[in-house]
Design a protein around this ligand. Sequence first.
Ligand code: ACO
Length: 335
Amino acid sequence: MMKRAAITAVAGYLPENVLTNFDLEKIIDTSDEWITTRTGIKERHIENDPNKATSDMGVEAVKLLCKKRGISPEEIDLLICGTVTPDLVFPSTSNLICAKVGAKNAWGYDLGAACSAFIYGLSTGAQFIETGRYKKVVVVGADMMSRIIDYKDRATCVIFGDGAGAVLLEPTEESVGIMDFILHADGNGATYLHMKAGGSLKPASHETVDKREHFVHQEGQAVFKHAVYNMAEVSAKIMEKNNLKAENVNWLAAHQANKRIIDATSSRMGIGPEKVMMNIERYGNTTAGTIPLLLWDYEKQLKKGDNIILSAFGGGFTWGAVYLKWAYDGSKTGK
Ligand code: ACO
């Protein structure tokens, strides 16, 4: 019997401090009306403690995950952390999370695929379970975007927020779990979405700081066009590949970058808004955090056997979709 990797628990963490569209109106030339109609975002969580970093959000999510599943962090075999905002260039944020939660028997690594990092990590982590090598793999999606956002650039600072989500993957012999995935990448997209300095190409210098090059650079319209097309296409393709009709899909959990991109995806899939998980209005775009945070928010409504399509598009460009069959009744575990 083929082993599958099933999500057996989900958890999340958001910093307490909330930055609303009205707060942003006071620091840049924008309006609640512009942000709401262009993106669907109303507020986002921002970590304002300078001593906290991405690993600290990951730690909270992983602690809650272990508590909900009733396991000790020492049982974790592998922890993959999707992030573009690691605490440090090295060591990896995965290593830091493991050390802080006491996951002494785990190894792990960071996965850099921007907004697609969670689905890349989920697909990768599932392989270690399916081969029978590991019994407990944690996939974290965590980004403290506020640390790489220029709050003088109104076209990017309204979009992003901080947050982390985590799932536990365990083996099952039932027909649930990660059923299929389609993943893509096109590095030519770097032109439109990247950070100019801080890497080996352009290490930090007085000049890079003066030129505000340590922040997200995004050409919004170009990214928007690619995101709308590719996220919708790959979501429709994974349905087709698995003979799923719109009526067989219970939920869409799409990366929360812009409500208009999500609407285009659900309409290409032929599914109504009642099946579309949405929390962008409260969290904004938390990059690798969006999809696990959606699963965490909607967990109570999920039933064993639900067909869920996860899809994402992000910096790279990277994009893809995962077909997931939910493995337990969420109402029994709650948040
Ligand atoms: N408030 C008011 N006006 C604004 C704001 C703002 N916050 N931001 C931009 N504008 C203005 C612009 O200056 C421009 O004015 P102009 O016409 O006078 O020059 C006008 O609004 C239109 O600007 P656009 O950039 O064309 O606005 P657009 O409708 O494209 O919306 C947005 C911008 C929301 C960024 C959109 O392009 C988008 O969502 N892009 C995709 C984002 C995405 O999916 N990213 C991938 C994931 S992120 C990751 O991987 C890290």
